[in-house]
Ligand binder design. Structure first.
Ligand SMILES: [Zn+2]
Length: 156
């Protein structure tokens, strides 16, 4: 079996029923819901990941695609995600606008130390919500960020 880095989980397709299943890469065998025992050393795991959440997601996608009679979706590249994109993704799930801006401010502070309007703009352009100027304004109004000596901002 080929291991990619130290990725813990992978997806396999059952040779009997054809359904995708998520497994721990360190296991030797697994039993499919159809009852078939699968030797993990004989199958190639796909969509290797360290995240159980990502694993569940790719299993769900693969099974939806299989049920629809389609090909498996193209394997996701394992390159590191662009950090602004990661922050935007994290913020996207937050419904409350102020909370969402707080997530952006926290993410950018962790990433950069202090961030500027342009950094906020890069995140909100991915989100397609709010303007960078509004985000800064609202964050300041709620005392969620403070301005640094260099004119940058940091989350409180
Ligand atoms: Zn099966």
């Amino acid at each position: 079996m080929i291991r990619v880095g130290c990725m813990k989980y992978g997806l396999l397709v059952c040779p009997r029923c054809g359904m995708a299943k998520g497994v721990e890469a360190s296991k030797k065998t697994t039993t499919c819901q159809c009852g078939r025992e699968i030797d993990l050393r004989r199958v190639k795991l796909k969509y290797m990941t360290d995240s159980p959440l990502e694993l569940a997601e790719s299993v769900a996608k693969a099974n939806a695609a299989l049920r629809g009679g389609q090909q498996l979706p193209p394997e996701r590249k394992t390159r590191k995600k662009e950090p602004y994109f990661v922050i935007a993704e994290r913020a996207r799930s937050v419904k409350d606008p102020v909370e969402r801006m707080k997530v952006i401010a926290k993410g950018l502070t962790d990433l950069k130390g202090a961030f500027g309007v342009d950094d906020v703009r890069r995140v909100v352009s991915i989100l397609g919500k709010d303007s960078a100027e509004d985000v800064i304004k609202i964050l300041q109004e709620h005392n969620l960020v403070y301005e640094t000596v260099n004119g940058g901002f940091r989350a409180v």
